[in-house]
Write a protein that binds this ligand. Structure first.
Ligand code: ADP
Ligand code: MG
Length: 257
């Protein structure tokens, strides 16, 4: 059974999509069968992996709203071992359309149930909201990674997110764990970056991943090539940092080969 990890933070621009694509690609490079689930109507991980969301005919929307089989919608990527369940802008409507349907928080879990056994890891890229689709992602997940940007107001909104996670643990998914807090866009030369690292570690100690993700141009430019950093420039600091994160997660879960 694949481990399902949601990458969530209702703040935009903290590195959710970058982390989803590059963590998933690193797990795939280590020969773990990995699926990215793009659960953001903006479809940034769909385009970042090389698909034009405008040309996608069916997406996670159809899985959740119309109960179409996820297997029929999942597509391959340029990397071996890496598949994606793409998103589409029409996912915006799903929140409203699902309001009155049964088990509306469990639609993603049901959609992924049938494909879980085909993968070692399923990585869900969440949208910057704590709305129904993100609740679906957290209900479907075994654990959650919380990316925190090494910037001013890094901790802002984290309380609300942790509270949402608690509510989900109580009502919808008692087994949901926090895989870790991931510090992103770290710049060793900046006092501010170092202050944020210290502050987050003080607050959350063991919950923080040892791997820090540096601010790195290869990470920000690789989506425009439709590639993860590891396929764009495998030697870059950004690609190496996500490979280290993948290894840390594999170790923490006792999943080494
Ligand atoms: P989110 O999905 O949380 O909104 P993104 O992953 O899209 O965040 O990142 C926001 C922006 O910052 C994007 O332009 C992305 O390319 C850039 N970015 C993210 N992580 C890094 C990094 N480690 N180094 C440089 N740029 C980054
Ligand atoms: Mg995103």
């Amino acid at each position: 059974m694949g481990k399902v990890i949601a990458i969530a933070n209702q703040k935009g621009g903290v590195g959710k999509t970058t982390s989803a694509i590059n963590l998933a690609a690193s797990l795939a490079a280590l020969e773990y069968k990995t699926l990215i689930v793009d659960a953001d109507p903006q479809a940034n991980s769909t385009s970042g992996i090389g698909y034009n969301p405008k040309e996608i005919e069916s997406s996670i929307y159809e899985c959740m709203v119309d109960e179409v089989d996820a297997q029929d919608i999942i597509v391959e990527t340029d990397l071996d071992y890496l598949h994606i369940l793409p998103s589409h802008i029409n996912l915006v409507g799903a929140e409203v359309e699902m309001v009155n349907i049964k088990n509306r928080e469990e639609r993603m879990r049901d959609a992924l149930k049938k494909v879980r056994k085909k993968y070692d890891f399923i990585i869900i890229d969440c949208s910057p909201s704590l709305g129904l689709i993100t609740i679906n992602a957290l209900t479907a997940a075994d654990s959650v990674i919380i990316p925190v940007q090494c910037e001013y107001f890094a901790l802002e909104g984290l309380g609300k997110l942790l509270n949402t996670i608690k509510i989900i643990q109580t009502r919808l998914n008692k087994d949901l764990e926090i895989e870790g807090i991931l510090l992103t866009m770290y710049d060793v030369r900046l006092n501010l970056s170092n202050q944020v690292v210290d502050e987050v570690k003080q607050h959350f100690s063991k919950m923080v991943f040892e791997t820090l993700i540096p601010r790195n141009i290869k990470l920000s430019e690789s989506p425009s090539f439709g590639l993860p950093a590891i396929a764009h420039d495998a030697e870059s600091k950004g690609a190496i940092s996500y490979l280290n994160l993948a290894k840390e997660i594999i170790n923490n879960n006792g999943l080494g080969k």
